[in-house]
Design a protein around this ligand. Structure first.
Ligand code: ADP
Ligand code: ZN
Ligand code: ZN
Length: 743
């Protein structure tokens, strides 16, 4: 096509830089009007970056002589579909984040690096024998081949890139195994899920059927909220809906929190759907992630199961979005581009005019509020699908009771009773390490972290102090840092201390501790879970890693060791999170054929939150919690943004925040007009709940409004001012839209 004055030979490109704008580039000769979503390679300062074309235009605001040229056009077809490009631009606007960074989050690393859109096909390998023993003779003198075969047996259909991650120089050994016909190669672009044995489906019960019918009756957009206790058959409903959508030639996206992404869940879908189901999670390598992403984007994948960032995966036939455990905080990205994957999923479904289903045993107050307002359709599953047992919740009044290392005698004797009956017990404490601090008995000195407003936790088995907020470490002191006394007391209990105590009290009983310290090694969590499944471990002790997703049928007693901190937290969401935790943990008890008991230790047994939750359930709790929020004008009754700032020097933070406040105030009065003055309230600057962290001073300004529009207009205008401020260069600042915590 000949170029004329009106030819669109200038590309507006999103580059991965923290700047709130696009950059204009000249296209190479003969190239014009590229569609949005095509990647280009372009010079940026001294570097060469991979950018994404957002639009092509005939004229730039810059004179032609100032325009740099694109070095190369990387795609023939857009790599990001128009739908995704628009969704990303909406998200950049809504979350007020630089568009180039937003667009780049949506690309797999390989594509950010400028590699070809179509992934290289990788060979995958599977064993022809079922166990190592079957090949024992053939491999008697070949330890390397033995090792390789055991890896292949552990990972059926393992890809070359994954093998490269796990082993060095495996190719020679693989050739030998192939010659011995112990392995075979297959071209396996996506997970082997659809090769699963078929599994008979349950007949949905009446409640499930009605929900399925209601949701299927309408192909257009609606946001459905499915509230049902753990085990009430929510997953069964997801499977039926997915099945139906796939039969219509649609693709399905299921979002799950990272921690509950268990192989069992995916297997369950794969077995029932007998369709290509792939899983996208943080454990994949770049090649694997790229392959799955590409298969989804090509429409080859019937169903994608993924964590937070999967919400941005192009899926041309997307017909249904499911969000499991919708209340989970891990859907919110807590740094950089701070989006909320559940909320983006709802917007995506709305733009595509398709249904989205949010499921939870403990829906967020936001979602329940939206259901109350009739913006979402609420569906309830009232009872457990497969068992008739319910869980009994009970408070243990800790006041004036003998307490051993944070455990009441009452709970200890209950543990003994459940163990004797051959059942399993799960204890939950959201604090790892041995003790949260050491205290000098003679002068009161404590092991404070020098970089944070926090104490360093004593990890006894590793004999180190460690700060859980900045990761600083120090040797365990033998003497007080102030007076030299050797009378150091370990104050409070963490999971490690509870484990020690239980090991003494219940000698000979299998113990298993699951927290970040015991599961750091790759595969360690799987090993631990296997110990629990096999019954080798009878007592489990862990942090919130335990609370989600895993199915432990023989657990009949759950102990929640510490609730008091959350009852009196400064964070207005703390009580909501505590209630969710209690109900979720209760859902872990007595899931299969046994009745369960949950015992909650507290010094505040009369606390209204605990009383409402115990005697009237989560729904009643949520009503009263919502009333409190309404009275205080807090979300969901208002919208919130948080301007955060941190700096190594307190005066730099102060100077920035003072100016930022002025900018916000100015913008608020400009944009408040249309909505009435005072449409946006500004609070602060206030010190962050932890004012000093990792050596940085942190403060925040809270913006609040009952209407979204003026809040967003005000923030946008203020950001334009703030990015121009000199003081902004000396601090790290960010804007958090709809923050889930104020930490
Ligand atoms: P949730 O996702 O709400 O925790 P699940 O869908 O996993 O619940 O169901 C819990 C258990 O009940 C599973 O073992 C499942 O196979 C079983 N189940 C679900 N629906 C039915 C049904 N209609 N009839 C019999 N068993 C069912
Ligand atoms: Zn001392
Ligand atoms: Zn620290």
């Amino acid at each position: 096509m000949p170029t004329t004055r009106n030819s669109k030979t200038i590309a507006r490109v999103a580059v991965p830089a923290p700047l709130y704008r696009l950059f204009d580039y000249r296209l190479p000769k003969g190239c014009q009007d590229l569609p949005p979503g095509v990647r280009v390679s372009a010079p940026f300062g001294q570097r060469k970056l991979t950018g994404v074309v957002v639009a092509c235009v005939a004229q730039s605001e810059l004179p032609a002589s100032k325009l740099k040229a694109v070095t190369a056009v990387l795609d023939e077809q857009p790599c990001l579909s128009e739908e995704i490009m628009q969704l990303l631009q909406w998200a950049a606007g809504y979350y007020q984040h630089p568009v180039g960074e937003v667009i780049h989050t949506a690309l797999p690393v390989r594509l950010r690096q400028g590699k070809a859109n179509a992934p290289q096909t990788e060979s995958c390998w599977a064993a022809t024998v079922e166990s190592l023993e079957q090949a024992a003779e053939q491999l008697a003198r070949a330890p390397k081949q033995r090792k390789l075969l055991s890896v292949v047996l552990d990972h059926p259909g393992i890809s070359e890139s994954r093998l490269n991650d796990l082993l060095d120089n495996w190719r020679g050994a693989m050739r030998s195994l192939q010659q011995k016909q112990l392995v075979m190669q297959r071209d396996n672009r996506i997970s082997p899920a659809c090769e699963q044995e078929p599994v008979a489906a349950h007949q949905p019960n009446a409640e499930q059927q009605q929900i399925i019918d209601t949701i299927q009756a309408q192909a257009q957009h609606a946001t459905h909220l499915l509230h049902g206790v753990t085990g009430s058959g929510k997953t069964e409903v997801y499977i039926r809906l997915a099945e139906h959508a796939i039969e219509q030639g649609k693709q399905v996206l299921l979002l799950v929190p990272e921690i509950s992404l268990t192989p069992q869940l995916t297997e369950r879908f794969a077995q029932r759907l007998r369709q290509p189901v792939a899983v996208m999670h943080s454990g994949l390598n770049d090649a694997e992630r790229h392959r799955i992403w590409h298969a989804a984007a090509q429409g080859e994948l019937a169903m994608l199961v993924g964590t937070r960032s999967a919400v941005f995966t192009p899926m041309p036939q997307l017909g249904l979005i499911l969000v499991d455990e919708e209340h989970d905080n891990s859907y919110k990205q807590q740094d950089g581009f701070r989006y909320h994957a559940r909320d983006v999923a709802i917007v995506r479904a709305k733009r595509l005019d398709i249904p989205v289903l949010l499921g939870s045993a403990t829906p967020s107050l936001e979602s329940l509020f939206n259901a109350e307002q009739k913006r979402y359709l609420l569906h309830r599953l009232h009872s457990r699908a497969a068992s008739r047992h319910t869980t009994r919740l009970e408070l243990i009044d800790m006041r004036r009771q003998p307490i051993v290392e944070g455990l009441s005698e009452k709970l200890l004797s209950n543990i003994a009773r459940h163990i004797e009956q051959g059942n399993q017990v799960m204890l939950f404490l959201n604090r790892r390490g041995f003790a949260p601090l050491l205290l000098c008995h003679d002068c009161g000195w404590t092991t404070r972290c020098h970089r944070c407003d926090a104490h360093m936790t004593w990890h006894k088995s590793r004999n180190r102090l460690r700060c859980h907020h900045c990761d600083s470490e120090a040797p365990t002191p033998t003497q007080c840092g102030e007076c030299g006394s050797e009378q150091l007391i370990a104050l409070g209990s963490g999971t490690e201390r509870i484990e020690n105590l239980l090991a003494e009290r219940f000698a000979g009983v299998g113990l298993c501790r699951i927290d970040r310290d015991t599961t750091r090694r790759k595969g360690a969590l799987q090993d631990k879970l296997a110990q629990v499944k096999s019954g080798e471990a009878q007592i489990l002790i862990g942090t919130q890693m335990l609370a989600k997703g895993h199915d432990f049928p023989d657990v009949t007693l759950v102990g929640i060791l510490d609730t008091d901190q959350a009852l009196y937290s400064a964070d207005f969401r703390a009580s909501e999170h505590l209630a969710q935790l209690i109900v979720q943990v209760a859902g872990r008890a007595g899931r299969a054929h046994k009745a369960g008991e949950v015992q909650i230790q507290t010094h505040h047994p009369d606390h209204p939150l605990l009383q409402t939750l115990l005697h009237q359930g989560y729904e009643a709790f949520s009503h009263s919690a919502l009333q409190e929020r309404r009275a205080a004008g807090l979300p969901p009754y208002s919208h919130m943004m948080l301007l955060r700032c941190e700096a190594t020097r307190a005066d730099a933070a102060d100077a920035f925040m003072r100016e930022a406040r002025e900018a916000l105030q100015h913008s608020a009065s400009e944009y408040g007009g249309e909505y009435g003055s005072g449409a946006v309230s500004i609070f602060g600057p206030l010190p962050a709940p932890m004012e000093k962290r990792a050596g940085r001073w942190r403060s925040q300004i809270i913006l609040q409004s009952t209407r979204r529009k003026p809040l967003h207009l005000c923030a946008r205008a203020a950001i334009a001012r703030i990015t121009q401020m000199k003081s902004a260069k000396k601090v790290r600042w960010s804007l958090d839209v709809d923050p889930v915590d104020t930490y």
